[in-house]
Design a protein around this ligand. Structure first.
Ligand code: AMP
Length: 285
């Protein structure tokens, strides 16, 4: 595995060599502090491509001024060991100054899919995500790029950006990897105290109950959301930011679940903001 700590010329050269050697290139963009969720994306990329590039970059542009950019967990050495073991070809781990000029003034803004849900509670977040992801696409030129359904809105925003800007890359969505008790794996789970960790199980439990209600025939969005609300409001340690049932592609509001949909939520557990979701009906991966 070649590790490139930020030199863009070196990255371009290493990617050029990969392209000559072994067919298609898969890209897995991450913010590091890797867990089995990230590794599931890496494994899928390795199985579908001649070579795989992973990026590790905590992107300051997608964090708000009062968010956890500084505190975000980092362990670059351990991450690189994990990626080497998986058989990754290149890991690119730049610092902000490697990617952003001090007077950087160009951004990528998606204006529909990114508007609500996390876009509403984190102004500028998806602008930061789209800008860095397009930069990585331009730097690496992957044939396929892998994103987790854990960040369902992010996945759909990126699909839209790629469609609208004719970016020549295939976006591949990957299922959410969970702990045994259902909690979706997240680098931010490390912030949770033992009692918060116990409370956090309610997120996936409530989504599971709502999915069972849907599968048993309930198609009314209000009733399905109510089922989640009931479960989450019963624990005072949880502060609900949103619970939304949306069309799975555009993320527009649905009153009746008559097409593929996603039930998504964001909840604060103490100081930690967690997100989770479940698909209702068939949604393209
Ligand atoms: P992050 O490092 O949090 O930016 O995540 C990097 C990629 O891994 C994103 O595409 C995430 O959606 C994906 N990811 C994070 N957690 C999970 C998980 N539990 N299951 C599947 N994919 C995940």
């Amino acid at each position: 595995m070649i590790r490139i700590d930020g030199n863009i010329a070196k990255l371009r050269e290493a990617v050029r060599c990969l392209r000559k050697g072994s067919g298609s290139i898969g890209l897995v963009p991450t913010m590091g502090y890797l867990h089995e969720g990230h590794l599931s994306l890496v494994r899928k990329s390795i199985s579908e491509n001649g070579s795989t590039v992973v990026t590790i970059f905590v992107n300051p542009l997608q964090f708000g001024p009062n968010e956890d950019y500084e505190a975000y967990p980092r362990d670059l050495e351990k991450d690189c060991l994990l990626l080497e073991k998986e058989g990754v070809d290149i890991v690119f781990c730049p610092k902000p100054e490697d990617l952003y000029y001090p007077d950087h003034s160009t951004y990528v803004v998606e204006e529909r899919v990114s508007r609500d849900l996390c876009g509403a509670s984190r102004p500028g977040h998806f602008r930061g995500v789209c800008t860095i992801v397009l930069k990585l696409f331009l730097l690496i030129g992957p044939d396929r790029a892998y994103f987790g359904e854990k960040d369902f809105q992010q996945l759909q925003v990126i699909r839209r950006m790629v469609r609208d800007l004719n970016v020549p890359v295939e976006i591949r969505g990957c299922p959410i990897v969970r702990e045994k008790d259902g909690l979706a794996l997240s680098s931010r789970n490390v912030y949770l105290s033992p009692s918060e960790r116990l409370s956090a199980v309610a997120l996936s439990r409530s989504l599971k109950a709502a999915k069972e209600l849907y599968d048993s025939g309930e198609k009314n969005a209000g009733k399905i959301i109510g089922c989640v609300q009931e479960e989450l409001l019963s624990d005072p340690a949880l502060r609900v930011e949103y619970i939304e049932l949306r069309d799975a592609e555009e993320l527009s509001v649905l009153e009746t679940v008559d097409k593929p949909a996603v039930l998504a939520l964001a909840v604060r557990v103490g100081k930690t903001r967690l997100i989770d979701n479940v698909k209702l009906g068939e949604v393209e991966a």
